[in-house]
Design a protein around this ligand. Structure first.
Ligand code: 8YV
Length: 345
């Protein structure tokens, strides 16, 4: 099976970028590479992607591009690197790329804090009903302060269950500790004591056991065949009725139809969702519910993160073009994907 070999290029690499990137990143790419940018930022059609992989030595895709086995099979022999702009690589068929000797890189680390901040905001906002209050005010329905008006739930003292304790999961845990939550987590492997101890984190070897015992669940694992629909009807039924579910990783971790039904029957108390199963589609029934906060996949949406993600893409391409293994190569056997970022499991 061919795996990527790195040879120094004797020319500027031919790079095609599928979406608009921060201006300084695009400008630097134009200086360094023989690059085609997507200045009007339209998501590329299948035909455009097919044309791109037929021509590029390096493709820079994002989460909005499906780089599946059929697309990779149609790539020209010159395609050597998929330098993803983003941490999650679940939209790329890693095995198909490996079998063609095409390397895949991502941008881990630089979006951890921003994503964890947003998760923390949802962990607070959903139980405290901040979005409901904001909507009430904007719609002119606020009649003034009342002792029993807009009551939510205190988060201090509650139990947070983190599914996927990689970089982002740990960053969420650290924030949660500062807000007085106790940290529980489910991960295939238990974390070293040195990581667990400062977080006073409790490990649950089975997800089922944890779901039944915590007040707030945050999904921070990558989307892989094993984690697809990790939250399904049966597992939602294990969660206490007062519990909240937060997802800023990948929409496909949750069986969305089962979640909508669960929220409608008040099987859980609410949800904070930054990602959806069929983005940008959001189920109409979800939009109707008062006890959910819905965000448009914006966990890493800061100027700083997007700039640093672009810098990582450039570094990966430069090192590859110099004939070395790029620093953020997604390695074989490394089940990567999701905002949760690659983590050994
Ligand atoms: C990115 C994300 O902005 O990095 C990820 O995996 O989910 C987002 O925060 C997006 O993937 C860009 O491709």
């Amino acid at each position: 099976m061919p795996s990527p070999r790195f040879r120094k290029l004797d020319h500027k690499p031919r790079v095609i970028v599928t979406r608009r990137l921060p201006e300084t990143v695009e400008t630097r790419m134009a200086e360094l590479f023989d690059v085609t940018l997507n200045l009007d930022d339209h998501p590329m059609t299948r035909a455009e992607l097919e044309a791109a992989v037929a021509e590029a030595e390096v493709l820079v895709p994002t989460v909005t591009d499906t780089i599946d086995a059929a697309l990779i099979a149609g790539a020209g022999p010159q395609l050597q690197l998929l330098a993803n702009f983003g941490a999650g690589v679940d939209h790329i068929d890693l095995e198909a790329a490996r079998d063609r000797g095409i390397a895949v890189t991502n941008t881990p680390g630089v979006l951890t804090d921003d994503t964890a901040d947003m998760v923390m905001a949802l962990i607070i906002a959903v139980p405290r009903r901040f979005w409901e209050g904001e909507k009430l005010l904007r719609e002119g329905q606020w009649t003034g302060w009342a002792p029993t008006g807009m009551l939510g739930h205190r988060i201090r003292g509650k139990r947070l269950g983190i599914v996927g304790m990689g970089r982002i999961g740990q960053a969420v845990a650290a924030r949660a500790r500062a807000f007085g939550l106790s940290v529980h987590y489910h991960n295939r492997n238990r974390l070293p004591k040195a990581v667990e101890a400062p977080l006073e984190a409790t490990w649950w070897p089975t997800l089922e056991a944890m779901l039944a015992r915590v007040d707030i669940v945050s999904l921070n694992c990558p989307e892989t065949p094993e984690t697809h629909h990790i939250i399904n009807d049966a597992r939602l039924r294990l969660m206490p009725r007062h519990a909240f579910l937060i997802n800023a990783a990948r929409g496909t971790l949750i069986d969305e139809a089962a979640l909508v039904a669960c929220l409608e029957r008040r099987g859980i108390a609410g949800a904070g969702l930054d990602v959806f199963e069929r983005e940008p589609e959001v189920p109409a029934r979800l939009l109707e519910l008062p006890n959910v906060v819905l965000l448009p996949h914006m966990g890493s949406a800061t100027h700083e993160a997007r700039q640093e993600m672009g810098e990582k893409v450039i570094t990966n391409i430069r090192v590859f073009a110099d004939g070395h293994r790029p620093p953020d190569q997604v390695l074989e056997g490394y089940r990567a994907g999701g905002t949760a970022e690659p983590q050994p499991r």
